[in-house]
Every structure is written in C-alpha cells, then in structure tokens.
Design a protein around this ligand. Sequence first.
Ligand code: DQA
Length: 144
Amino acid sequence: MKSVLVLNGPNLGRLGSREPEIYGAVTYAELVSLMSKTGSELGLEVETRQTNSEAELIDWIHAAVDSGTDVVLNPAAFTHYSYALRDAAAMVTKGGLKLIEVHLSNPHTREEFRHTSVISGVATGVIAGFGVQSYVLALRQLAS
Ligand code: DQA
C-alpha cells in the first residue's frame, strides 16, 4: 500500500479553536481521523503529524525523501518565509516524489504577507481555500 505523510506546521494543532471564522470548526483531532478515513477509502496508508518546530518539520521531510514517501504539506506561517523548508521540499520533488502544498484558507484573499509562498515554486501542486477538503483533494490526487 502506498504511504503518504500529511505534515502540518505551527499553530495547526489548535485547529477548531484558532480563528474558526478563517480556519473552520474542525479540530486537529478530527482532521487526523478524516485523513486516515480518506486514506483507507483511497487505498493509501496515511500518517498525519503536526509540529510547531521548523527543524522537526524539515527532519520529517528528509525522512520522507529517504523512505520514498509522498507528502501533503501545510507549512502554515512557514509558507511565507522559510527558505530552509523550501530547500527540504525541493528534495522531495527533485527526487521524483510528490509534495502537495495545502492551505485551509486562501492566503491570496488575506493580508499581503500571505500572498507569497516560498514553497509553491518547488511543490508539485497547490490546493488552497477549501478548509479540510483541501487535504482530501490532495490525497485524492496522490491516489490517482
Ligand atoms: C495557512 C495559511 C497561513 O498563512 C497561516 O499562517 C496558517 C494556516 C492555512 O492553512 O490557511 O497558519 O497555512
């Protein structure tokens, strides 16, 4: 069975209570269940993780490269400025694996600083603005 890592950056562990008018009412625990349920339906083995640490996120991406695992990544605020995360993401796609950048909100409709993603240029594709469905769509794409 094909494996997929769903990785979430800073503050996403607070999903459900953090600015629900922007990020929705689904909790992080519910996102984790939704990912495993969707994975089972699609025949994917999905593991979902969240960290507030840039270093940990980069280590997880290195491990994905080493194990040949596709990645769904919500880099959260790191999206907008982390060149270190971009370099790690580039290792995934340049190594022939897929990395789909996802966002719950559509950053382009929000503050100016959110309009730039330093990750998109090395991602396989980007899905934004559909709440937790952004993640479901990314899994569907990886399964297809
Ligand atoms: C986000 C958008 C980012 O700008 C923000 O910093 C986040 C979440 C999203 O999923 O909409 O933490 O990545």
